[in-house]
Ligand binder design. Structure first.
Ligand code: MG
Length: 379
């Protein structure tokens, strides 16, 4: 198996490389990053890919000089990302780049017949219909690299879509679980970033605290598995052991369980359709003791409802949801807004947006750009 990794210096990217270290059959031919060129250089020297892409042109030039004694070529800009995602020898592209920057290279990879190990949420949130249709047309697989979607994928197995009644997506509840709106007023960046179970990037950890991440996952699940929004349920499950479940037409429910470790979803996606041995921690249920489930408090954590509403409206609404959230979370991380203002900014952006149904990729990119500029101007 030969792969490229888009976003190899981020959380999922580095965990993918750790999975590669334990699977001798996987060869890395392409890497990409943006700002952490020190780490990109180390990765390039270790894995000896054919090509490394750097989104930032200036950083691309710096990395080119740093790697001039190697056989790895360095390419810059979005064109560079597309080159890495369409290398003729590779079978699969791991799309772990964060943000809407992942959309065009992912679509380019699909058009070039590459399977996608999908970790970039924005791809399906903003352009789910276009991406799924293109994947069907090209006959390529989209293998989810997210614990919930991987779980659903594993539970469905070879069952037909018509046999699936409901998806039950579990959520840890994030760092602010159980708090009232009043308590949320004073949440600091540090508190928002202290996730109980998962080790993830900053953006997604804040999204997990607001439940926006779960909203994105509901939209992604809708497109990945062709189910209606009303047939997707979100349950809070504090232990993060059951990664999601599928209810079938006979009312049988199948769940997938494991310790919370993202490398398992990555390992599964890269080994699919086989199951290969891994050195990941084993699950000891006697140590966990009990598994609990409850309904999320969507009055307090209304980002989940905002996301599902935007998903139902479709068109460019999910793009606004995503773009507004990304800017709001970055303002929160910079200490410029309060925790509860994340949801307020997103709600206002959705309310004011004039929806475009059946958007093209250009419409989506333009909407994303507009919403970001608008919010940044207001703040
Ligand atoms: Mg997840």
């Amino acid at each position: 198996m030969k792969i490229s990794i888009l976003g190899s210096t981020g959380s999922i990217g580095t965990q993918t490389l750790s999975v590669v270290d334990n699977n001798k059959e996987i060869e890395v031919l392409g890497l990409s990053g943006n700002s952490n060129i020190k780490l990109l250089e180390q990765q390039a020297r270790k894995y000896k890919p054919k090509v490394v892409a750097v989104a930032d042109e200036k950083n691309a030039t710096l990395l080119k000089i740093a790697l001039s004694d190697t056989n790895t070529s360095v390419v810059g800009g979005q064109g560079g990302l597309c080159e890495v995602s369409a290398l003729s020898e590779i079978d699969t592209v791991v799309t772990s780049v964060v943000g809407i920057a992942g959309l065009v290279p992912t679509l380019f990879a699909i058009k070039n017949g590459k399977n996608i190990a999908l970790a970039n949420k924005e791809t399906l949130v903003t352009a789910g219909e276009i991406v799924i249709n293109e994947a069907k047309k090209q006959g390529v697989g989209i293998l989810p690299v997210d614990s919930e979607h991987s779980a659903i994928f594993q539970c469905i197995g070879n069952h037909r879509q018509s046999e699936v009644k409901k998806l039950i997506i579990t959520a840890s509840g994030g760092s602010q679980y159980g708090k009232t709106r009043d308590m949320l007023k004073a949440v600091t960046v540090k508190e928002a970033l202290s996730h109980p179970n998962w080790d993830m990037g900053k953006k997604i950890t804040v999204d997990s605290a607001t439940l926006m991440n779960k909203g994105f996952e509901v939209i992604e699940a809708k497109w990945l598995y062709g189910v209606e929004y009303d047939d997707i349920e979100v349950l809070l499950h504090r232990q993060s052991i059951v990664h999601s479940m599928v209810e079938f037409c006979d009312n049988s429910v199948i769940a997938q369980l494991s310790v919370p470790d993202m490398r398992l979803a990555i390992h599964y996606a890269l080994c699919y359709p086989n199951r290969e041995p891994s050195n990941l921690p084993q699950l000891d249920l006697t140590q966990i003791g009990s598994l609990t489930f409850e309904k999320p408090d969507t009055d307090t954590f209304n980002c989940l409802s905002l996301a599902i509403e935007a998903g139902k409206k479709g068109g460019t609404m999910p793009t606004v949801l995503n773009g507004a959230d990304e800017v709001a979370v970055s303002l929160f991380l910079q200490g410029r807004i309060k925790f509860l203002e994340i949801a307020e900014i997103v709600e206002k952006a959705l309310f004011e947006h004039k929806n475009t149904l059946n958007p093209t990729i250009d419409d989506i990119i333009e909407t994303d750009r507009e919403i970001r500029n608008k919010i940044l101007k207001d703040w």
